[in-house]
Design a protein around this ligand. Sequence first.
Ligand SMILES: C[S@@+](CC[C@H](N)C(=O)[O-])C[C@H]1O[C@@H](n2cnc3c(N)ncnc32)[C@H](O)[C@@H]1O
Length: 271
Amino acid sequence: MKTDGTALPGTVIPGRAGELLAELGDRAEVCSLYDADGSSIYHELSQQDHHEVRELIALVRRFPGPVLDLAAGSGRLTMPLLALGREVSALELSASMLDLLRERLDRAPAALRERSTLVRGDMTDFALEREFACVVLATTSISLLDEAGRKGLYASVRTHLALGGRFLLTTVDLNASQNAELELEFSTAEGNDYRMFEYWKPGMEARTVTIFPARYGAGPVRVGLTSIRVLPADRLEAELSTSGFRVTARHALPSVGARHHSTLLEVAAEG
Ligand SMILES: C[S@@+](CC[C@H](N)C(=O)[O-])C[C@H]1O[C@@H](n2cnc3c(N)ncnc32)[C@H](O)[C@@H]1O
């Protein structure tokens, strides 16, 4: 079994997902959802995930000017931001995710492609030498960062936000539910079926998400894995206020099940 470290150090895969992995033994090829092996799984699933896109786009519309899409992945937000007619810089750590975004842009109308800039970079420490009307960090991706990483993110965002601009980020809080493990099944436009397990109990720092193909033969089986911290909006608001920001509004996002509560934080720089 191999991992590339996107999961929190020492992650042990719990629950039914852990049992399935044990049953697969050496046949399991565990990969990060964002590395060369896992990014295609993430991309396939993200293409049909429209969660929070409408709300983010509506907010961006209110702040004219260039947009920075942090942790842009394969462009779930980048593409609709470009379709708004904005100049968009997409910053992403994973080379394979950026390749997927580049391929998407190659197939897009030239008018969109020409307004895009792709940057391989780390959202915890970047210097693009310019300012943006909006800095967007979607899909609760802040939860991939530890405390030091979040501090670096806030400092970097602060130096890139134009006067009167907004930092727009989403986070998910979880309710205790009867079962620690949730299982969902997905069918993608490519005709593949997946089983996704999410394991979390109150008090756990992170939820573990494991994705298996719904059916497999006798050979190797690719399993996508990621660990996502649980960062309530209150906690982020407190952190942001000690990093030179002020939350100007909290927007509740449509719920994706009884356990998850997503919030979009609209944030301005102080002074
Ligand atoms: C949940 S995905 C979100 C991708 C995209 N925004 C979307 O909505 O589909 C998280 C992304 O963050 C990227 N990522 C993780 N750590 C990062 C870092 N330190 N700097 C930049 N990107 C990072 C991952 O490679 C992955 O593409």
